[in-house]
Design a protein around this ligand. Structure first.
Ligand SMILES: Nc1ncnc2c1ncn2[C@@H]1O[C@H](COP(=O)(O)OP(=O)(O)O)[C@@H](O)[C@H]1O
Ligand SMILES: [Mg+2]
Length: 328
């Protein structure tokens, strides 16, 4: 596994000509993505997600700004250098984009053929890739003979054929059912761990981010609303992404007795029984829950304190346990 290079996006702008007017699809994006991470880009339809990813693989030429992959500015490359650098980036798509007249193996070999890899080497590489994506022995199948999930496995193998530093995914699980989505996400995580490839994944589904991403960004109207490591986002009460990643809470009357608690890691798992011991009475648990986010458990609970509980002492106690709290 080689050390993968970070992606640093600086002042990225993309204007489209719409009816004679230049309209920004991306309006000054600054974003750092750690090498080897799985990074999710969230946003509604029209937010600029696809434009961002098309700038990353240079299917679009940015109007301004820099896209640094390691030391190379992808935004500034001429055609010859661009062809070479593009091999560092693989891409998978919602509708797979496979060639239907070619077998799975031929689809996977296509980028290698273009790169001038010899036939025996191609065959060896294709076999490795089929094995990697769980399709060993299925190389002779045509796309029409494969399920949606298997087609996406072929798409992933093809994207990895030239051993890229970065794998881009534009809604690659949006056309798949829930079970197949989970399998493809498992495969992406496996590929990320085994090959160290950085994965940038566009999605409108929070569950996708929750299950495999290390970090995420939220786009809105071509601007970056926020970005960060998932564990930092969930720990930040002002983060919108953090709010969405945590379990929702029910509405309660604001009578000064309801507390929202948040914690990360395992420290908070016994907080209710600890608090019961501290108070000499049990608080009521009204909602919330514990989720796995970025591989750690994060909790968000809504509790009602007993009538005579002393708030200052409760806050002090929660503080000693590393649990964040606010009156709701
Ligand atoms: N080729 C294009 N020409 C003109 N406008 C475009 C083009 N591609 C995208 N846009 C516009 O840019 C904005 C962002 O689109 P897109 O990146 O596809 O968003 P998302 O993937 O988040 O749904 C939208 O307003 C869209 O209409
Ligand atoms: Mg899109």
């Amino acid at each position: 596994m080689t050390a993968r290079q970070p992606i640093r996006i600086q002042g990225l702008r993309k204007d489209y000509n719409q009816a004679g007017r230049l309209v920004p699809a991306l309006d000054g994006i600054d974003l750092d993505i750690q090498g080897g991470a799985i990074f999710g880009i969230l946003g509604r339809s029209g937010a600029g997600k696809t434009t961002l990813i098309r700038c990353l693989n240079r299917l679009e030429t940015p109007s301004a700004g820099r896209i640094l992959l390691g030391e190379t500015d992808l935004a500034a490359l001429g055609p010859v250098e661009l062809r070479r650098q593009r091999r560092r980036i693989g891409m998978i798509f919602q509708h797979f984009h496979l060639l239907h007249s070619r077998t799975a193996a031929e689809n996977i070999a296509a980028p290698l053929e273009i790169a001038g890899v010899t036939k025996p080497e191609r065959q060896k590489r294709v076999d490795e890739l089929l094995e990697l994506v769980g399709l060993a022995g299925r190389g002779k199948a045509y796309p029409s003979q494969l399920s949606g999930g298997q087609k996406q496995r072929v798409g992933i193998a093809r994207a990895l054929a030239a051993d890229p530093d970065v794998l881009l995914s534009d809604e690659a699980t949006s056309a798949l059912d829930a079970e197949t989505t989970a399998q493809i996400l498992d495969l992406l995580r496996d590929v990320n761990r085994r090959l160290g490839v950085t994965i940038v994944l566009i999605t409108h589904e929070l569950s996708v981010v929750k299950s495999i991403c290390d970090g995420a960004a939220l786009l809105e109207g071509g601007r970056l609303v926020e970005a960060g490591a998932l564990r930092d986002l969930v720990a930040d009460p002002s983060s919108r992404l953090g709010q969405w990643l945590l379990p929702a809470l029910p509405e309660v009357p604001s009578d000064g007795r309801h507390l929202e608690l948040r914690y990360g890691g395992r420290g908070g798992d016994t907080i209710l029984s600890d608090l019961t011991l501290h108070l000499g009475q049990s608080p009521a648990l009204l909602g919330g829950g514990v989720e796995q986010v970025a591989g750690t458990s994060v909790g968000r609970l809504l509790i009602r304190l007993p009538h005579d509980a002393d708030l200052d002492s409760v806050f002090a106690f929660l503080g000693t346990r590393g649990v964040w709290a606010v009156v709701r």
